[in-house]
Write a protein that binds this ligand. Structure first.
Ligand code: F6R
Length: 249
């Protein structure tokens, strides 16, 4: 694993943008799977700005995303696709052109299998962006999820619902979602995970230094050969000193 620690979150975010730019420059038709959440809000702003200045070109990209709240269509406020395309107009343009493939949010297993198969027909995901939950989840693979599962319907952990509460208030946050499975994620050619802030420090430590176990879904990434982890100093703060020093924080 290539673990890089930066002094600030904005440097980690700039490194994530650089990974996207590199992918787009080196692949004919890159298939990029995007994440949502507060970690990615500034990254979407940076992508938008880079496209506006011509530093980044997304025309050739097939975009998709990790996960969606159950029964949230792309136009449903608070949904994941809605969040991505609102934050990042270039991705809204891909959606309008049929080049942003939304995860079927009904939870119908046949449709989810169809989505996975559709991605496979164009060569699979070339680059997947991930965040990490404070309970060690990636996408909505909550602790206990087996590593061998593809796209599926899932129940959200209480900490995940708690973190989503302000987004849905005064309504209750959803209890269920659809998500790329760990098999889907591990099937991508490259993986970039971004974690910023002290709230992620324990989950980052479990991912990198704890056992590889379903209790920490992010630890599954240690089974993949091309993972880049971009951390700010706060998210790296619980790592062993040797590892922190090795990566220059
Ligand atoms: C969202 C997703 C989640 C988040 C994680 C961190 O698409 O896949 O795994 O990446 O919950 O969320 P934030 O960035 O809001 O802390």
């Amino acid at each position: 694993m290539d673990v890089r620690t930066f002094a600030t979150a904005s440097e980690a975010n700039a490194a994530a943008l650089a990974e996207l730019t590199r992918e787009v420059r080196t692949q004919q038709e890159p298939v990029i799977c995007f994440a949502t959440g507060s970690t990615y809000a500034p990254i979407y702003a940076a992508i938008d700005a880079a496209v506006a200045t011509g530093a980044l070109e997304l025309q050739k990209v097939i975009a998709t995303h990790l996960d969606e709240y159950l029964e949230h269509e792309p136009e449903t406020e608070n949904g994941m696709v809605h969040e991505i395309v609102t934050r990042c107009p270039p991705l809204a343009r891909l959606l309008a052109r049929g080049r942003f493939w939304a995860v079927p949010s009904s939870g119908d297993p046949q449709l989810l299998r169809g989505h996975e198969a559709r991605l496979a027909t164009i060569g699979g995901i070339s680059l997947v962006f991930l965040g990490i939950g404070r309970n060690g989840h990636i996408a909505f693979n909550e602790p206990g999820t087996p590593f061998e599962v593809g796209f599926h319907r899932t129940k959200l952990a209480e900490t995940t619902r708690e973190d989503a509460r302000s987004r849905f208030a005064p309504k209750e946050p959803p209890r269920e979602a659809v998500t790329a499975g760990l098999r889907t994620i591990l099937g991508a050619r490259r993986i970039v995970l971004v974690a910023t802030g002290a709230g992620k420090a324990q989950a980052v430590r479990a991912m990198l230094e704890g056992p590889v176990t379903v209790s920490c879904p992010a630890s599954a990434l240690r089974q993949h050969g091309a993972v880049t982890v971009l951390l700010d100093a706060a998210a790296a703060s619980a790592l062993s000193l040797a590892r922190r020093e090795a990566h220059g924080s």
